[in-house]
Design a binder for this molecule. Sequence first.
Ligand SMILES: Nc1ncnc2c1ncn2[C@@H]1O[C@H](COP(=O)(O)OP(=O)(O)O)[C@@H](O)[C@H]1O
Ligand SMILES: [Mg+2]
Length: 252
Amino acid sequence: MNSDALLSLRHISVEFDGFKAINDVTTDVAPNTIHFFIGPNGAGKTTLLDVICGKTRPSAGDVTCDGVGSLLKLKEYEIVKKGICRKFQTPSTFVNLSVYDNMRISLNRDKSVFGSILARKRYMDTKKIHEVLHLVGLDEKSKERAKSLSHGEKQWLEIAMLLVQEPKLLLLDEPVAGMGGRETEKTANILESIKDRCAVAVVEHDMEFMKSIADSVTVMHEGAVLVEGSATDVMKNEKVQEVYLGRGEANA
Ligand SMILES: Nc1ncnc2c1ncn2[C@@H]1O[C@H](COP(=O)(O)OP(=O)(O)O)[C@@H](O)[C@H]1O
Ligand SMILES: [Mg+2]
């Protein structure tokens, strides 16, 4: 494991009925960085996130997290408890509850109900919830029901619900899908502003979004790592232009 890494993937392979969706992937995510996984459809990006969060078990290789060791022996909920939190593409808010109550439930997940009735704890929880809601720009909407939020605001609420659990690593699969330019820009600002709290691993198609905030990029193609580097470096790379950018331009 690279001694500076927060998360290390070593020689990860995933097979589905003999089909290699991931083929010998080795990469690292450094602490307090935004790391992108990009690549054409079917490249294996989502499967890689599934491996990190324990949803899919690799047929070979190891995933280790600094201070935790191998994640492969842990169950999904245990990985979450170690601070590796995934935002799924499917919504996971309680639509009829307020923004604040969604946050409260997320914060007190797995905690004893006795703890949550103590005044001191309630005070600290309230402070923390408002602080995180402020960070994602939803503090003024804390009393609104989740269902009244715009598409972008719902995504930010879900990010806030993970942040309030103080993760080490946040995993986001296509966080700006369905967002307009302004919402995408705001999401970029939010991710930039949470880097000092946790690392963020993002799977994304939107190259402009990637370019604006990526500290490091892994380009995947057919289950393998094609190239890694800064956003500028990978976008200049010929192999990347061939499999990814070239294809994008051909479709434009
Ligand atoms: N549960 C599964 N069973 C069989 N094949 C799968 C499964 N999940 C993903 N795949 C296949 O693995 C490949 C990688 O998929 P995925 O990780 O979703 O790619 P990406 O997110 O990069 O678009 C694709 O060819 C996909 O069809
Ligand atoms: Mg995907």
